[in-house]
Design a protein around this ligand. Structure first.
Ligand SMILES: Nc1nc2c(c(=O)[nH]1)N[C@H]1C(S)=C(S)[C@@H](COP(=O)(O)O)O[C@H]1N2
Ligand SMILES: [Mo]
Length: 516
């Protein structure tokens, strides 16, 4: 059966897409076996994250929240398939240029993988496999595009064409093998992680200094209100790591160096042998919008960073600590914040268990009072004592402020957004925070009425958020509920609306409700 030029083109485009899926899938499988962190997708995705302009992180988080990574990978997959389809056409018209495009894809992956901060010597392999497989598959498939009346001279070679059925079978087969390989690679990577096994059997030492019990009055226990301690499973996750770094505690160490009199290196066993302290600290992301949920509170177990810095003895010209994670992320924390008496810790435990992998296993920083991007380095391996005028952190290079003290915020959790309410007695409730400073009070305004003080729950400490609630007799109709906090320093939460970039969002949180 003779195929029309249009169906020859369709066939070539399908061959392009299928070849790319086959290549990418085998690349993922290869990565799982030889270099888990160098998956072609993750390598290209990480490079895009690192190259993205400052507003892009903001936009991605605003659009996709903590699913931003999935959205990125999906976006890469869609672009890959579209470009690959175009490469299929190119191969049909101007062989071998379509295959050259595929090789180019592989080369981009190799480049991305080899320029990662923690790149290993084998990291070029997965993307090279992906590119070569895709290029070869494309050449073979396009040569066999079902014969037709050639519309251009370059399309001739109809003699090599196979029948339509066979062609569809091969193309679909290539795509299916690619998908299976990708799924297999992903499962293999997840299951084969020795670090997961190590973490599961790990027992943390009992704290030398236990946190006082959470005060009974700290948890109002209202449906829809964020619990005062956030379970690990629902704790927000924000980082630049497409593949969660897998650090084996047995191989982990932290080096303190730079402007210090004594370089200090501490291993996992040495860290665990120190008197560890429990503390409760609320973490907040600078990208959190007013009313957003990139904030969570946990009981951390760790060792004070000031004690380790005291061993290292920073020189008098130092004013900053640049913490490095194993994957190249860095955060700039003012030196004095890590030396004063707040609970700035190297944390190993979160809510009674070892840090979950996504939250920095085996060791991260937790620093009360500063946004995460300038303090909460996960998978931390190095503390470089330096100066603000000498070194810049990951997000500072991308337009964010070099210092990030947490701003005073309050949030309405209930009534839920869009929830219909029956007229009568209802409860309005939420949380408020300004770590290190503390919350003095929260006020609520209904429509354009008076600001009414809410009841504050018992605060765990000034380093944690505090719940608040207010009884309200709701009358029929649509209403606007607003809230604002006052800090223990006497500051009233500002009404001025600011975007998260460059140093944190401000404004009053409000919510509309319909009472019937
Ligand atoms: N290694 C590493 N640590 C990191 C980040 C990162 O991208 N990489 N992001 C920081 C940011 S912006 C925040 S808000 C907190 C979030 O910590 P969580 O994911 O445990 O909630 O981690 C911080 N530590
Ligand atoms: Mo953040």
């Amino acid at each position: 059966m003779a195929a029309s030029p249009t169906s020859r083109r369709l066939a070539a485009a399908a061959a392009g897409a299928a070849s790319a899926v086959l290549g990418a899938g085998l690349g993922e499988l290869t990565a799982a076996v030889v270099a888990p962190a160098a998956s072609p997708f993750a390598a290209i995705g990480s490079a895009l994250i690192d190259l993205a302009p400052p507003w892009a992180k903001d936009a991605a988080i605003a659009l996709f929240g903590t699913s931003d990574k999935f959205a990125l990978l999906l976006g890469i997959a869609i672009v890959l398939v579209l470009v690959a389809a175009a490469a299929g056409l190119l191969e049909l018209w101007r062989s071998p240029w379509g295959s050259v495009v595929m090789l180019g894809f592989g080369a981009v992956g190799v480049l991305a993988a080899m320029t990662r901060a923690d790149a290993g010597p084998l990291d070029w392999i997965p993307s090279a496999v992906a590119g070569i497989v895709a290029a070869v598959a494309l050449r073979m498939l396009v040569k066999r595009v079902p014969a037709g009346t050639a519309s251009r001279p370059a399309e001739s070679r109809p003699s090599a064409g196979v029948d339509r059925r066979t062609f569809i079978g091969w193309t679909a087969g290539a795509a299916a093998v690619g998908v299976l390989a990708a799924v297999g690679g992903t499962l293999l990577r997840a299951g084969a992680s020795t670090v997961t096994a190590v973490r599961q059997t790990l027992k943390l030492p009992t704290p030398a200094v236990a946190a006082p019990p959470i005060p009974a009055g700290a948890e109002l226990d209202l449906p829809g209100l964020a619990s005062v301690v956030t379970p690990n499973e629902s704790f927000y996750r924000i980082d630049t790591a497409l593949i969660v770094p897998q650090l084996n505690p047995a191989e982990w160490s932290l080096r303190i160096h730079g402007l210090v009199e004594n370089e200090v290196e501490i291993t996992w066993d040495e860290l665990l042998a120190l008197p560890l302290e429990e503390s409760v600290t609320t973490l907040t992301c600078v990208s959190n919008e007013v009313g957003g949920d990139l904030v969570g509170n946990a009981v951390w177990l760790g060792y004070p960073i000031r004690e380790l810095l005291a061993r290292a003895k920073p020189t008098s010209d130092a004013d900053m600590v640049l913490s490095h994670s194993s994957d190249g992320f860095t955060a700039s924390t003012p030196l004095e914040v890590l030396q004063d008496d707040r609970n700035a810790i190297l944390a190993v435990g979160m809510n009674g268990e070892p840090l979950p992998a996504e939250h920095g296993f085996p060791v991260r920083m937790v620093v009360p009072g500063l946004y995460g991007y300038v303090s909460a380095t996960k998978w931390v391996v190095e503390l470089e004592v330096t100066r603000f005028d000498r070194a810049r952190a990951y997000w500072t290079d991308r337009g964010w402020s070099e210092r990030g003290p947490i701003k005073l915020e309050s949030r309405i959790d209930v009534p839920l957004r869009g929830q219909g309410l029956k007229a009568g007695d209802v409860v309005i409730a939420g949380v408020a925070w300004q770590q290190q400073v503390g919350v003095e009070g929260v006020e609520v305004q209904i429509d354009e009425g008076e600001w009414v003080p809410a009841r504050l729950a018992t605060a765990i400490s000034d380093d944690t958020w505090v719940q608040w609630s207010l009884a309200w007799t709701a009358e029929k109709g649509d209403h606007v509920i607003r809230c604002r906090a006052t800090s223990k320093a006497g500051e009233l939460q500002t009404e001025d609306e600011a975007h998260p970039a460059p140093d944190g969002a401000t404004g009053w949180h409000w919510r509309t409700v319909s009472v019937f």
